[in-house]
Design a protein around this ligand. Sequence first.
Ligand SMILES: NC(=O)c1ccc[n+]([C@@H]2O[C@H](COP(=O)([O-])OP(=O)(O)OC[C@H]3O[C@@H](n4cnc5c(N)ncnc54)[C@H](O)[C@@H]3O)[C@@H](O)[C@H]2O)c1
Length: 436
Amino acid sequence: MRIAVAGTGYVGLVTGVCLASKEHEVTCVDIDEKKINLMSQGISPIYEPGLSELMRDSKDNITFTTDYKAAYSGADVIFIGVGTPEKKDGSANLSYVYKVAEQIAESLEKDCVIVIKSTVPIGTNDKIEQFIKAKLKRHVNVYIASNPEFLAQGSAVRDTLHASRIIIGVEEPQAAEILQDVYKDFDSPKMVTNRRSAEMIKYASNDFLALKISYVNEIANLCELVGADIEDVTMGMGYDSRIGTKFLNAGIGYGGSCFPKDTKALSWLATFNDNELKTIRAAIDVNESQKFKLVKKAKKYYDDFSGLTVAILGLTFKPGTDDLREAPSLVNIPILLEDGANIKAWDPVGVENYKKIYPTEIEYCETISQAITGADLCFIFTEWPEVKNMDVRDFETFMKRPIVLDGRNCFKLEQFRNVHIIYDSIGRTRVDYLYI
Ligand SMILES: NC(=O)c1ccc[n+]([C@@H]2O[C@H](COP(=O)([O-])OP(=O)(O)OC[C@H]3O[C@@H](n4cnc5c(N)ncnc54)[C@H](O)[C@@H]3O)[C@@H](O)[C@H]2O)c1
């Protein structure tokens, strides 16, 4: 099938490459010429495990262009995967989606299924249908389908090739048939529903996961106060199959391009419909304060950070991605810099993106040991495997004062029993050799 994909971000590029790997003829469109040039040379502009390899293996079935007319005019199916970032009031900014819709309407020369993969508020598919039909330049049939994306960054290729589910939201059976055909070689369960339900499935799923994280973080905060251990608590909870163990890791809050904006967008939509979502509002509030948890902990050890050398392990919002959107490091590092700390940071893939924000203010280090050398304090913001697998004795060997604040519970408390390190994590007893 001839498929065009609008937008080559984490969703669009991964979707395009995975569809090409299933023998579809795919054209990926973006407005960013630099990205298109890179991809045309076989280079992925984003870091995602397995993506470069699959791009290489599928290169005969995929092309990249800024020429949207050429891509859209003869396509059987067009996927829209552009961003829907948060506006100041929390609602979703749909201007990129509408721009693509306009470009599609002016380009189409044959019947086409237009699939909205971007996360959009309930009712958007209906509005886009009216918008495109009003702007069509030729007499062609268009069907609009909602096909929300559930991939997680860091495992996006696997999540697309073996998705937990493929949701097909349609109003006409023809559109469902064509999408079933697009996905015929994907081994995931497929569910057909109407467009508004499909749009809601996406928000309700993401917001439920955000709720789970904020809930466990609040329980973790209480564990610290009452002497319980959050790791044991969540393990004990997880034996109940109604609860399960997944997504119950305490930490310094969720980040990334989805949970923060999708919780706010649904909350905004509910308020707009005069129906406040109290649980989601609470999840947002808890997450906002949780991001500051490590800086607050650090104040137990230092009144201010002026002149201190602070090591940062992990800059991205989670491991497996170079994405910094809403990363907790971006909330904490400005506070440390403002206070006069000297920051030495390590991250395996996030540094190039960080340099765009802080080109000179931070010393970027090649290795974890370089970053912690001479440090008065170490913050762990991302649970990279390199951090989880390091020898904790390195903190004692390399740091000036081995105080480790772990926002992701990367280590077991036992690992700190026979070392001279203060280890302060989330929802667990602080290990402090001074008191042992
Ligand atoms: N990132 C995720 O993990 C994830 C997961 C599920 C769903 N989503 C949703 O998918 C959508 C896309 O997210 P993303 O993270 O891939 O976005 P992104 O910001 O990484 O990429 C968007 C891309 O669209 C391009 N673009 C903008 N206008 C364009 C136009 N007119 N034509 C062609 N390209 C254009 C941009 O240049 C950019 O490359 C969002 O709605 C998001 O909520 C994201």
